[in-house]
Design a binder for this molecule. Structure first.
Ligand SMILES: [Zn+2]
Length: 74
């Protein structure tokens, strides 16, 4: 009797974990990617060397974007 319950419990637990994990991973990744999009960390191309940088980290001079001060001062 106890063995039956253990096997039954293990199977139910395994199915529950598989189902829960799949759902959790999918929903979490979707949520995180959506959050990243909503944060809108846009990437822009450096006018000098073509490197893509986040707008937050970019340097702006005369309306043009640069990846670093070195590129900006060229
Ligand atoms: Zn650059």
């Amino acid at each position: 009797m106890i063995l039956k319950w253990l096997i039954f419990g293990a199977i139910v637990y395994a199915i529950y974990i598989l189902f829960f994990k799949d759902k959790g991973i999918l929903s979490n990744s979707n949520r995180s990617s959506k959050r990243d999009d909503s944060d809108s960390e846009e990437m822009i191309e450096c006018c000098e060397c073509g490197t893509f940088v986040a707008t937050k980290e970019a340097f702006i001079k005369n309306g043009k974007f640069y990846c670093s001060k070195e590129c900006m001062n060229k």
